[in-house]
Design a protein around this ligand. Structure first.
Ligand code: NAD
Ligand code: TYD
Length: 370
């Protein structure tokens, strides 16, 4: 029988990459298995048949139900290529809707949940914090109550390194670094993390947390640094760099985050936190200049603008625990990841045009035309 996992927020950036990763992963594993099994067989036809059979078999193992509210950041176009996949189903709704969540668990026979759903942008949390409380805290609580009541076998909370606060020039965040969130976004994510661990301790649910550094890659909404700078550079619009541009982030290619999530979901210990990072610390200016260089655009497009209030200076993740205990490592380096990300935005002008219509322009004006 197929195991059905509820993915929340699967129409967003990381969630949509993760769903694609899981559906493809099942296929890749099965092809590898088919090749091993047929290594002694000589006829191509036999190999092809064996591959077909094992693809069917492996995909039986995992079914995905995606619950997403389709906020400005959620976009069904992110999943167009797999929307008719037989092991995928989309349901429109909010994670705070307890009745809906419970109905899905019952009718879809859900065994576990991976919670990607969130309001995820720091700058928006500075403009208005309340939606972050509703989704990130109340929404997570709603899911946890359902996990407890239906005795689901697994709950994985997708959290962020931002819960640890800001570093000086030295040191790294480890899983035991005290939480010191400094923006409404990170405060809401830290609250959710506390709730998850409190439910493990109080009710004995099976749950765990990943805390990842800054992601980049295909399908990222262009309010975040890398896609915003790529699209502005392509249009030769100014590239707005906050403050002195020397704030440091640790960048990870989204597919490496997806493989870490899947590793933790399968092998992690309940009640544990796993940091995920790219071991690639860079000041913002270096990222922006690399993008301009790849696109062959001048540095004069860079414009220093007013700093973000309470702007965290540096994030840096120590991800030794997931590497040592679960055997995960990141595969894509920044140079390759950035090139393929830029290529993806060049190859998908329709997607870029569609996500930047309407609400995006209003937000952009509010944020940058001050
Ligand atoms: P995103 O903003 O691109 O996507 C969020 C998705 O959640 C959207 O599809 C949106 O429609 C959906 N959503 C929002 N509110 C909802 C609600 N109440 N009910 C159901 N769905 C709702 O975010 P992302 O960048 O893909 O991030 C996914 C998760 O990973 C978030 O929890 C975020 O905190 C975490 N994270 C992100 C990064 C990063 O660099 N992007 C790094 C570490 C952790
Ligand atoms: P962002 O992508 O918003 O991620 P986070 O704040 O969650 O780390 O921003 C990454 C860094 O880039 C952060 O230091 C803020 C900076 N930044 C700019 O300088 N200009 C911009 O227009 C944006 C969106 C971000």
């Amino acid at each position: 029988m197929a195991e059905t996992i509820l993915i929340t927020g699967g129409a967003g950036f990381i969630g949509s990459n993760f769903i694609r990763y899981i559906l493809r992963q099942a296929q890749d594993d099965s092809i590898r298995q088919a090749q091993d099994d047929t290594i002694r067989q000589v006829q191509d036809d036999t190999i092809r048949q064996a591959q077909d059979d094992t693809i069917r078999q492996a995909q039986d193992d995992i079914r995905i139900v995606n619950l997403d509210a389709l906020t400005y950041a959620g976009n069904l176009e992110n999943l167009r290529d797999i929307e008719n996949h037989q092991y995928y189903k989309f349901i429109h709704g909010r994670i705070e809707d307890s009745k809906l969540v419970r109905k899905i668990i019952e009718t879809e026979n859900i065994s576990g949940i991976i919670n990607f759903a969130a309001e995820s942008h720091v700058d928006r949390s500075i403009i208005e914090a309340r939606p972050f409380i509703d989704t990130n805290i109340i929404g997570t609580l709603t899911l946890l109550e359902a996990v407890r009541d239906y005795k689901l076998s697994r709950f994985l909370q997708i959290s962020t390194d931002e819960v640890y606060g800001s570093l000086g020039t030295e040191g790294y965040f480890t899983e035991t670094t005290p939480l010191e969130p400094r923006s409404p976004y990170s405060a809401s994510k830290a609250s959710a993390d506390h709730l998850v661990l409190s439910f493990v301790n109080t009710y004995g649910i099976n749950a765990l947390i990943t805390r990842c550094s800054n992601n980049y890659g295909p399908y990222q909404f262009p309010e975040k640094l890398i896609p915003l700078m790529i699209l502005n550079a392509l249009e030769e619009k100014k590239l707005p760099v906050y403050g002195d541009g020397l704030h440091v982030r640790d960048w990870i290619y989204v597919e490496d985050h997806c493989s870490a999530i899947w590793t933790v979901y399968q092998k992690g210990k309940s009640g544990e936190v796993y940091n995920v990072g790219g071991r690639t610390e860079k000041p913002n200016m270096e990222i922006v200049k690399s993008i301009l260089k790849i696109l062959n655009k001048p540095d004069t497009l860079i414009e220093f603008v007013k700093d973000r209030p309470g702007h965290d200076r540096r994030y840096a993740i120590d991800c030794t625990k997931i590497e040592k205990e679960l055997g995960w490592t990141r595969e894509t380096n920044l140079e390759d990841g950035l090139k393929s990300t830029i290529q993806w935005y060049l190859d998908n002008p329709e997607w870029c045009k569609n996500v930047r219509s309407g609400e995006y322009m209003e937000y952009y004006k509010k944020q940058y035309d001050k």
